[in-house]
Write a protein that binds this ligand. Structure first.
Ligand SMILES: CC(C)(COP(=O)(O)OP(=O)(O)OC[C@H]1O[C@@H](n2cnc3c(N)ncnc32)[C@H](O)[C@@H]1OP(=O)(O)O)[C@@H](O)C(=O)NCCC(=O)NCCS
Length: 150
């Protein structure tokens, strides 16, 4: 699988992909109010900065976007896959691509992740361990997870 640096022209498609991915899985794990908060809790300027810094990656076939992942600080961020393509390895390969870039550019030996309830098993398969279960500002639960990179 090959990945591209996300471009500023991809931003609307990335935000639409985020919404599709969360709409698919969050209603079975969160209350309607929490789902609404999750769907709206993003910062366009923060995405733009990650793109400008070449820290956000995407998987495309032709011009269509099927997945994204990136990093900020020590955290992996914005791991989203098109629901029509769940389970074919896009998410895990995006994680490995992102971690390689993070390690090469920072030299850090640990990567963290804030993980919604649904995705815990996915991150565990990618080598992350649960550090703590936490509550977001609206009371919704998520896992703080971490993976050693040696
Ligand atoms: C979580 C997500 C990124 C997984 O992407 P994906 O491309 O379907 O994952 P992969 O196909 O690479 O799966 C890798 C492995 O994890 C497993 N897996 C995937 N999702 C899982 C889940 N929710 N729970 C447990 N295991 C899961 C797969 O079965 C696969 O296992 P295998 O290696 O034994 O075959 C995707 O479901 C998604 O976009 N979800 C909505 C957004 C989201 O939750 N993002 C994370 C934010 S914290």
């Amino acid at each position: 699988m090959e990945f591209d640096d996300a471009q500023i022209e991809d931003l609307d498609a990335i935000i639409a992909l985020r919404r599709r991915a969360f709409e698919k899985i969050t209603p079975s794990h969160y209350s309607p109010a929490e789902v609404e908060n999750l769907l709206n809790d993003y910062d366009r300027a923060q995405f733009s900065k990650m793109i400008r810094d070449r820290r956000l990656f995407c998987y495309k076939k032709g011009t269509k976007l099927y997945g994204t992942a990136g990093w900020e600080g020590s955290a992996i961020r914005h791991v989203y896959v098109d629901p029509d393509q769940f389970g074919v390895g896009i998410g895990s390969n995006l994680i490995e691509h992102t971690i390689l870039d993070f390690k090469k550019r920072t030299g850090c030996e640990r990567m963290t992740a804030g993980v919604i309830i649904y995705a815990r098993g996915f991150y565990e398969k990618s080598g992350f361990n649960v550090v703590a279960k936490k509550k977001a500002w609206d009371g919704s639960e998520f896992y703080e997870m971490s993976r050693p990179l040696k």
